[in-house]
Design a binder for this molecule. Structure first.
Ligand code: BGC
Length: 448
């Protein structure tokens, strides 16, 4: 049977270090900003829920990889915890921490699973935060040093690298609204953090070209914005929201410039980028990683600072437990938007999935999660549609392999296709995992 998916399409799952590993300080690792944030009840929304144990993946890695193999995964996107590798963020390398990622990569390869390694999924070493974190211009060199350490040890065994996961969330959540680590609420900081993140991205790609021989890219979260009406105000709000979330990082990385709307959004807090900063951010990347969860129907709203735009709820739509509208067509639209606006790059879906309330594990070990199965079915089909219309999509990394720590929201938001009992650490494949196994085995043909 023919499908829209190329024969070598990379079917996988994604996770992130702090969300699953547990033992964040083991074997000489340095604390991260998430270690601090999750232990601070003034900051953490789900008070008392931390990454101390999480899915205990740090100790159960081999069993987890065996489970991935049983599910037929062809790829696995994980992130490395910077502070395991460099406890102070720079300088001394911690062999034991680096060794964990070497073992993970070797175990994946031994099981025929391709590793995709993300360098930064939000867990900045606390020692670097003490120096100003992403507000310090030196962060570009710090990140390049960490990248180089990883590339020198693992390039070749790892052939696909990601610099940053979702710089928009890092700045919007971490520096503007304070819902994520390091928990700052400061409009003047957000544009500075953004610029340094992209300088760091560029510096790491440059380091990769000196050391590495394979592929490196950037992961952005994209949420297509649809104007709620034809009114000029709603259309302008939609353009602002698109610039703020979807273009803020891709434009500098690929076109070497910043969207003009950002100055309007940030007002006097906006900082212009120098020609050198823009040149550093714009490095040739080998792929764009797209994380897609939902869309946004946008209307003008002067009371919603600083964007002056807001989302219109859809009364007839299904919403996930993170309150995101289920809208598969948005994934097709956004993939074609990337193709049309950024020079038809190679694309990997680096995250897509949904949190729903799952029933308890039935006696015979079954977990029925029909809403997640339906979400996946329609979103994967939406990827197929984008491929049929010419988008160069090469892989799909489902978020997530395991139920895990949903950052400040804790353990109640379950995104996994594998259920985790956080008391016993028992793993149980949900129906969605079995469905995904079938998708992989048929290269998507079972969807039609
Ligand atoms: C992040 C993940 C997160 C997921 C669901 C993405 O923004 O990369 O770490 O768990 O979305 O919220």
């Amino acid at each position: 049977m023919t499908t829209s998916f190329p024969d070598d399409f990379l079917w996988g799952c994604a996770t992130a270090a702090y969300q699953i590993e547990g033992s964040p300080l083991a074997d000489g690792a340095g604390a991260s900003i998430w270690q601090r944030f999750s232990h601070d009840p003034r900051l953490m929304a789900a008070k008392g829920e931390t990454g101390d144990i999480a899915c205990d993946h740090y100790h159960r890695m081999a069993d987890d990889v065996a489970m991935m193999k049983e599910m037929g995964l062809k790829a696995y996107r994980f992130s490395a915890a910077w502070g395991r590798v460099l406890p102070d963020g720079i300088g001394r390398v911690n062999e034991a921490g680096l060794g964990f990622y070497e073992r993970l990569v070797d175990t994946l390869l031994a099981n025929g699973i391709e590793p995709l390694c993300t360098l930064y999924h939000w867990d900045l070493p606390a020692a670097l935060d003490d120096k100003g974190g992403w507000l310090n211009r030196d962060s570009a060199e710090w990140f390049a040093e960490y990248g180089r350490t990883m590339f020198e040890r693992l390039d070749g065994r790892v052939k696909k690298w990601v610099t940053l996961n979702e710089p928009w969330v890092i700045t919007d959540g971490g520096y503007l609204h304070g819902a994520l680590a390091p928990g700052h609420k400061n409009v003047f900081e957000a544009p500075i953090a953004s610029r340094n993140l992209m300088r760091a991205h560029g510096a790491a790609v440059k380091a990769y070209r000196e050391v590495g021989k394979h592929e490196i890219g950037l992961v952005v979260n994209l949420e297509p914005k649809y104007a709620a009406s034809e009114s000029p105000d709603d259309k302008a709000a939609t353009a602002r929201a698109t610039a703020y979330m979807n273009r803020q990082y891709l434009d500098p990385a690929i076109h070497g410039k910043c969207p003009a709307e950002l100055a309007e959004v940030f007002g006097e807090a906006w900082v212009d980028w120098s020609a050198e900063d823009l040149a550093l951010a714009k490095q040739k990347i080998d792929f764009v990683g797209v994380n897609y969860y939902t869309r946004n129907v946008t209307r003008a709203d002067p009371t919603n600072w600083p964007l002056a735009a807001n989302m219109v709820r859809q009364p007839l739509a299904t919403y996930t437990t993170t309150d995101w509208e289920v809208f598969p067509r948005g994934l097709t639209d956004v993939l074609l938007w990337v193709k049309d606006n950024y020079g038809d790059p190679a694309i990997y879906i680096t995250e897509n999935g949904a949190a729903f309330f799952d029933p308890p594990v039935a006696e015979q070990g079954r977990i029925e999660d029909p809403l997640r199965v339906s979400y996946l079915r329609h979103h994967i089909a939406a990827v197929g549609k984008a491929i049929e219309q010419g988008a160069d999509v090469r892989g799909y990394m489902l978020w997530s392999l395991l139920d895990n720590l949903e950052w400040s929201l804790g353990y109640s938001k379950r995104f996994g296709i594998v259920h985790v009992n956080f008391g016993t650490q028992e793993r149980t494949l949900k129906d969605s995992a079995k469905f995904y196994r079938e998708v992989i085995a048929t290269n998507g043909a079972c969807l039609s």
